[in-house]
Design a protein around this ligand. Sequence first.
Ligand code: K7E
Ligand code: RUQ
Ligand code: CUA
Ligand code: CA
Length: 640
Amino acid sequence: PDQGRRKFLNTAAFAGLAGAGLSVGLSACKQEQAAAPAAAAPAAAPRAAAAASAGAAGKYHLEPGELDTYYGLWSGGHTGDFRVLGLPSGRELHRVPCFVPDALVGWGHTNESKAIMGTKPDGSLRYTVADTHHTHASYKDGNYDGRYAWINDKINSRIARIRLDYFICDKITQLPNVQGFHGIFPDKRDPVDPAINYTTRVFCGAEFHTPLPNDGRDTENTEKYRALFSCVDAETMEVRWQVLIDGNCDLVATSYDGKLAASNQYNTEGGHHYEGMMSAERDSCIFFNIARIEQAVKDGKFTTYGDSKVPVVDGTKATNADPATALVGYVSVPKNPHGVNASPDGKYFICAGKLSPTATVIELAKVLDWFDGKLADIDQAIVAEVELGLGPLHTAFDGRGNAYTTLFLDSQMVKWNIDAAIKFHSGDTSAQYVVDRLDVHYQPGHTNASQSETVAADGKWLMVGCKFSKDRFLPVGPLHAETEQIVDISGDKMKLVADHPVRPEPHDFIIFKRELLNPKQVYSLDEFPLAVKDPKEAGVTRNGNKVTVKITSLAPAFDPREFTVKRGDEVTIILTNLDKIEDLTHGFAIPNHNINFIVNPQETASVTFKVDKPGVYWYYCTHFCHALHLEMRGRMIVEA
Ligand code: K7E
Ligand code: RUQ
Ligand code: CUA
Ligand code: CA
C-alpha cells in the first residue's frame, strides 16, 4: 500500500505504536493484489461510484417507497443502544433501547422497562450508562431464525436480549465476577443433541482480569488476577457456567457443529499497562470444548466465587495441558489479536492480528483432533498465517472462499482467498492470496457482509464501520460522525458505493435477508398482565395514599379525560392503548412530573410518581396520532 497515504492518515497512530516498541515494523505487506488497483484518489472514487445507483449486487440507492432487501442490526457503542438499519440504503429505521434510558419510548421511566433494566432499593435505575459493542442473532440450521438478538454492555458486564418479533428488549443479565465483557456469540447448535439444531447458549468473553472474588483482596497481587468466560442460557438468560482462564478474552466465535467456541486473547501476559500487554510476540486464541465443560459441571468439578452460585470450571493452562481431559486449548497466535470470525463453510476460525500484520487461519477439525489425542501440538491446527497489511481487526466472508479483513492502520479493506493463503503458508509461494484492496474512509474497525456469519453467506454487500470520518461529511464541531461505507462485493473487485454518517459510535453489526424476519406491528392485549381491556375499567382507585389511575387511549382521546389526586399521593398510571391500527402509537406526558412514554397499538405501560404540588396539570399525547393529536389531552388535578 501507498506509504504516503499511510503517513497522511496515521501519523498519530504510528507515533504511538512506534513509541510503544511495535516490533512488527511498518513494512508494506509483501503480497500486493495481482492486478494494480484502480488508483483513483480517495476523494474522487466514491463520487464516480455515486453516479450510478445500481451495481452488480443490486440497487443501493432506493427511490421513495422502495424497501430495503436486508436488515442490519447494529450496536450503538457508548450511546448504549441497539440500532436497526435497512440495507443497502443505510437508512436507520429504529433504535431499540435496552441498557440506558430512552426519552422517546419512556424506557427507564415506565415500571415495565425499569423491571427489565434493574433498580436499586430506592426504585431508581441501577445503571444509566452502557457501552454496546457486539450484536448477534439466534441461529437455526446455521442461519438466523429471527427469534432473538443479543448485545453486550462492556461497562457493566450486562447482556441484553432483543426479541425480534417486536424489536424490544425483554431481558438483561449481569455476569457475575466479570469486568469488561466484550465478545459475544450465540452457539449454532448443541454439541451433543442433534435435535437441538438452534441456539440455546450465548458465550461471553471478559476482557479485563481482576482478583477473584473482587472484594478488596489481592488488589496489588496482579499475578492472581484472572478472567472468566461465561455461558448464558438463551431462553432463561441465566448464567449456566463460567470458565476460569489464564490471560483474557476479546471477541468470540462459535463453530457450526456446536462443539467449539473460541476467544482471542491479547493479554496472555497478564499486563496491567499496555507495555506489558504487548510484551510477548505471540498471544492466543483459546478454544472451549463445550461438551466437556458441561460434563465437568455435571460431575461437580467446579467452584464458585463470592455471592455467585454460578459453577466455575478450571480452564487455566496448568490444569489443561493433557488433551485427553482438557476443557480448553490455547492456540498460539501473533501479538495482540483482535477479531475471531468463523468461515461460512464451517471449517476455519480466522484471527486478525491487530499488532501483527497477519491473519491466522485455524482449522477446527484439527482442534478437535487435538482434543481427541490425534494431534501432538494444538498449534498444528494453524493452517495459514499470512501477511495482509497493517492493523487487521475483523473479517467477513462472501461464501465463495474469500475473506475481507479491515486494516485499521492502512485504512483499507483487503480481500483475500482462504485456500490460496493455506497453499501459500504450506510453501507454495506462487499462491496469490491477496485478491483486491480498497481504500476506505477512514480507519475501519468492524466489517460484515450480507449473511456473512451464516451458511447462507451471499457475497453481495459489505459494510465497513470506519472509526474516523475526518473530511467525509460537513463539520459539526469537534465530535465527528463515523462513516459506514457500503461496498459491492459481488464481483472480483470491491466497489465502494455509498457513505453513511452514523452517530458515534457503533462497533459490530450483522446483515441478513429481510425474509428471515417477520415483525409484528400490533401487540396483543394479553401480553400485558395490567392491560385495561375496556374503557369501563378506566378510573381511579385509592389505597391509603397510593392511587392507581387506569387510563385507555383511543384516538383522539384518553379515558378518563380528567382525574383527581391529593398532594402527597404516590400515583401509578396504567395506560393501555386500545387502538388496533398499525402505526397508531400514543404518547403520554405530564408537565412538571418528568413523565413521558409511549404505548404502541394494544400495548400497556405504567409509571409511578409522587405528586407534591397542588394544581392543574394537562397530561397530553406526545406522539402524533390523529388530526386531533394536539387536542388529545386531559387534566390531572392535584388537590391541596
Ligand atoms: Cu473491534 Cu469492541 Cu468489536 Cu469495536 S471491538 S471496532
Ligand atoms: S442515502 S437512501 Cu441516499 Cu443514506 Cu442511501
Ligand atoms: Cu395520541 Cu397523539
Ligand atoms: Ca499481548
